[in-house]
Design a binder for this molecule. Structure first.
Ligand SMILES: C[S@@+](CC[C@H](N)C(=O)[O-])C[C@H]1O[C@@H](n2cnc3c(N)ncnc32)[C@H](O)[C@@H]1O
Length: 203
């Protein structure tokens, strides 16, 4: 299947706006998460004791929401930007000191992913939204079991682009050893948003 490349700077622009304000675009949660971020993480049924890997963790807002539910589980957030991992570490000091959270400054392909994860989470990760994530998916797959789930959340600024984005992602994942098992759709802040769940198809 040919992959259609859809140039879209929209998601990065939204992220920059989140960073400028220091928190999400709709200040809905004590955690500082936007309604969009909270809705996406709500779709991921993480339980106490689970192991979670987040790719492109940014400033660690989703990390806080995930770690709040992990109990004695473990969370690793990877981001190539030291500025982001520093902000994420600062925001999640308690989860780090309690031994639950770790942040690593690295490109996904170079990260020390160390072990097996129940959930691999990526929200607005550019290479998944509009690039060729072959190398990133190759790096992550050995750290998943057949029961692990990859959860990819996004909200295009142009809501009418949601279904096209889901279809494109489905094709990219299929080409790289993953099968979409479920798609959650919602409009947490009045804008179409999705979480695509995928499982390794070749394990
Ligand atoms: C658009 S932001 C989204 C951040 C966060 N997930 C959120 O939704 O608020 C993308 C983040 O992924 C990081 N990133 C992008 N490509 C990456 C890669 N190949 N390896 C590691 N981090 C990456 C960027 O540094 C940035 O912090």
């Amino acid at each position: 299947m040919a992959l259609s490349y859809r140039p879209s700077l929209e998601i990065d622009e939204r992220h920059r706006s989140d960073l400028r304000s220091g928190i999400g675009d709709t200040r809905s949660m004590a955690s500082g998460a936007s309604q969009r971020q909270a809705w996406i993480i709500d779709q991921v049924p993480v339980r106490e004791g689970d192991r979670v890997l987040e790719l492109g963790c940014g400033h660690g807002v989703a990390a806080s929401l995930l770690c709040d539910r992990l109990g004695d589980g473990a969370y690793l957030g990877v981001d190539r930007s030291l500025k982001m991992t520093a902000a994420a570490s600062d925001r999640n000091r308690r989860h780090i000191s309690e031994g639950r959270a770790t942040f690593q400054t690295a490109q996904i392909v170079d990260a020390d992913l160390d072990g097996i994860y129940d959930w691999v989470v990526a929200i607005h990760l550019p290479v998944l939204d509009r690039g060729d994530p072959r190398e990133e998916l190759v790096a992550v797959r050995p750290h998943m079991t057949p029961a692990s789930r990859f959860c990819i959340g996004f909200q295009p600024l142009d809501g009418s682009a949601l279904e096209t984005a889901i279809e494109r992602l489905d094709g990219v994942l299929e080409l790289n050893g993953f099968k979409v098992s479920e798609v959650a759709r919602g409009d947490p802040d009045g804008r179409p948003t999705a979480v695509v769940f995928a499982e390794p198809s070749d394990l």
